[in-house]
Design a protein around this ligand. Structure first.
Ligand SMILES: Cc1cc2nc3c(=O)[nH]c(=O)nc-3n(C[C@H](O)[C@H](O)[C@H](O)COP(=O)(O)OP(=O)(O)OC[C@H]3O[C@@H](n4cnc5c(N)ncnc54)[C@H](O)[C@@H]3O)c2cc1C
Length: 412
């Protein structure tokens, strides 16, 4: 087994790392400052916009999107080490047009959209001219079970009429967010619970859309990206905006959430690496009780454990990415479920070690650890809570050992 990345990936890694040294790390404080001084926190951040042309020039644009003429021609496995680097600085992915939820949405339109959808939405998304939002979760029902979704998408002549409530629609507050992928039910009475849902592309300027409020995360607004509660009232959308056809929403969700989830895991590994780096630097320089923190056995044990957890997760994530590339997202769903749980929990633990090592400083915004902590903790819920992934994983594991159904059982 060869653990080395191919030459083209090594070259991209080197270019990306150099870009971080030259443009991202030196601007972390600038980004913080611009956000602090922003009159309207939902507007694009000037430093991010200024860096985008430089990233394009450096050939670091749309690095995701496997098996597509539109991406950089990288597989999931090849993209992993690049997304990991982007995870080191929370806002950096957008500089390379590789941020959530746009990457997952672009992949959805690429895989399931018509040529008109691609022309109207995918093209400007790939150019970074517009942004997008994925609206599945609802406040009124337990949305970790997508069969509960209540939003109605009702056919009326050449249109669909949409009514419902959504929340946690990330990115909806960005004024550039021009298209929403909305999941709702076209056939709520269908006996097949997995064929009741559909997904439809909704232009932001459709009458009937209300942004009710932004949802803070642990009291922070997560601006300029943000998360919104939305209300859809008698929104009329052309019937041609439906993705793949009625009743295919669940199937698309399975396809869309795989790449979205693994991208989160890749970024979480990068974030954890950064947290460990900060832990080590702090431990070497801080001297409680007359000697560096790094000389305390408990600190060394935590550092060693963090290294073990990160490396375990990276290997598991690379393996899941390889499975996606070789057997497809659907067959690889067990591997994706495993890394979604592992990476989110690993990130929580490693960031917690970093916070503890920084004492009071760890919970300020000065070291970026509070932001990491927020992201890591939400990751145990975002794109499906831990329990749901564990449940699915266990079911797939158990299914291998279940006795085959008898003829009598099958006839029941
Ligand atoms: C920061 C953030 C960003 C998000 N972005 C988006 C987005 O862009 N688009 C979008 O549509 N959604 C988004 N979400 C929503 C997220 O995907 C949902 O919150 C998640 O799927 C869980 O759904 P729920 O909140 O309805 O929880 P519920 O379904 O009500 O579940 C509540 C809890 O029940 C437990 N539980 C559920 N099922 C089981 C089980 N089988 N066994 C044991 N326990 C179980 C879990 O602990 C779970 O956390 C985001 C959420 C956050 C926090």
């Amino acid at each position: 087994m060869d653990f080395a990345f191919p030459e083209k990936v090594e070259q991209l890694r080197a270019r990306l790392l150099a870009f971080f040294d030259e443009h991202i790390y030196p601007n972390e404080q600038v980004h913080r400052q611009q956000m602090a001084e922003a009159k309207d926190r939902w507007q694009p951040v000037p430093i991010v916009e200024a860096l985008k042309p430089k990233a394009r020039e450096a050939g670091l644009w749309n690095l995701f999107l496997p098996e597509s003429e539109h991406g950089a021609g990288l597989t999931n496995l090849e993209y992993a080490p690049l997304a990991e680097i982007m995870g080191r600085v929370g806002w950096s992915s957008e500089v390379f047009n590789c941020s959530a939820p746009d990457t997952g949405n672009m992949e959805t339109i690429e895989r399931y959209g018509t040529s008109e959808h691609k022309e109207r939405w995918l093209k400007p998304l790939l150019e970074g001219e517009i942004r997008s939002c994925f609206a599945m979760t609802e406040p009124d029902v337990a949305s970790s079970d997508a069969t509960n979704i209540q939003t109605r998408i009702l056919r009326d002549g050449d249109h669909y009429v949409i009514n419902g409530r959504k929340w946690w629609s990330s990115g909806a507050l960005d004024p550039r967010c021009a298209v929403f992928i909305v999941m709702g039910k076209t056939a709520p009475d269908s006996p097949d619970r997995h064929r009741q849902q559909s997904m439809i592309l909704v232009p932001r300027d459709t009458p009937g859309l209300t942004i009710v409020r932004h949802l803070p995360v642990f009291g922070f607004d997560d601006a300029p990206h943000g998360h919104a509660e939305l209300r859809f009232e008698n929104m009329r959308v052309p019937a041609s905006n439906i993705l793949l056809g009625e009743g295919r929403g669940f199937e698309i969700a399975q396809g869309r959430l795989g790449p979205g989830r693994i991208h989160h895991c890749m970024r979480a590994i990068g974030m954890a690496e950064r947290a460990l780096e900060k832990t080590c630097r702090r431990a070497l320089e801080r001297r409680p009780f007359g000697k560096p923190l790094a000389e305390q056995g408990v600190m060394r044990e935590r550092i060693a454990n963090a290294r073990i957890m990160i490396d375990q997760c990276r290997l598991l994530t690379l393996h899941a990415a390889w499975r996606m590339d070789t057997v497809g997202n659907k067959v690889a769903r067990k591997d994706i479920a495993a890394i979604k749980v592992a990476a989110a929990n690993m990130a929580c633990q490693v960031v917690d070690i970093a916070i503890q090592a920084h004492g009071g400083g760890g919970v300020t915004s000065d070291f970026g650890l509070a932001e990491m902590c927020r992201y890591a903790r939400t990751l145990r819920i975002v794109d499906g809570p831990d329990e749901v992934h564990r449940d699915q994983l266990a079911r797939m594991e158990l299914s291998q050992y279940k006795p085959p159904r008898t003829e009598a059982q099958a006839a029941e």
